[in-house]
Design a protein around this ligand. Sequence first.
Ligand SMILES: [Mn+2]
Length: 366
Amino acid sequence: MIELRLVLRKECKKASKVFIIGHNDPDFDALGSVLGLGYIAQQLNDNVYLIIDKVKDNGIKNIRDSFKDQFQIINACQFNKLRDDDSLVIMSDVNKRELLAIDKNIDKVNNIIIVDHHALGPTTVKTDKVFIDTTASSASEIVTRLLTGFKFAYPSEIANLLMAGIVLDTARYSRNVTSKTHDVAEKLYKMGADGSYVNSLFLEKFDIYKKVHNLIVNETIIKKYKDELLPIQVSFSLNRSKPTTIYKREELAKVVDNMMQFEFDAAIAIGFISKDSIYISIRSKENINAAEVISGIGGGDSRRAAALVKSNNILEIEKQVMRIVDEAIMRMKKEKKALQEETLILELDASSKEKDANKVKVLKNV
Ligand SMILES: [Mn+2]
């Protein structure tokens, strides 16, 4: 962190212009961390621009617009006109090129700093200034630590958005939280962050709630797979009454996130996101690997994964997904059994050695 601070200070001072960018379709974490880094850059350079483009959410649009007096906020097109050879680009909450609004022009930038909490991947933008902390809850947490390190007194509006970023990425302090996350939250309160304002940013829209809960309550079937102690249970949510209903990816993600509070080992939601694109969202607990289940058609990590398939026959896709899940569970059971047998052999081996040792002792007593 100290090194990042030094690098930021040096590079921001040296640059002709500083551009800060988050990922496309920015969320509170991308927005909060970009605003925080923007504030830092403004203390070190007179030409600071925030590239906030490809915003889909109206709430985010309104918040972005509310910062127009404090920051020069531009789009990808304006960046291409303003950019010169001595410009610095800081990427925040993102390290992969396909998630950038300036993806086509990022290679023309000579100086790039990455500040992120996501793991590197094959499409990570090439630069030697990569500051990734995957143990941080969010980019907002990293940026708050930076602001504290710089000892800058930043406005409460920025503190609010940084807090919103943390609340979002930790699902209200329920995952990826460390003592540092709480430490940072305390700093944000001290800078004037308002918890009730931040909570108001997360109020649900009633019609979305109804849509999500209709899928959960009325359109979910459960499959049980026999296992040694408890059966493995997987839920499948799909709007069978009105299969052509169009959902947002986030709505399907909410369905499976919600299902994880119940006794299911994995939850799957399937829905159209456009006329011929079907989105599959999956969540799992420790005995099922979500990414492995869906590896043939999608990706993600061991607990959260998703896939997008082109088709207009959603019931057929569900059948295929069910088959994939059946196969994956069979495979995992086999692996588990093989592992248990292996441990058993090891244990037998160890106990027979123990007996041999006892024999030696007995002999000695004689
Ligand atoms: Mn994030």
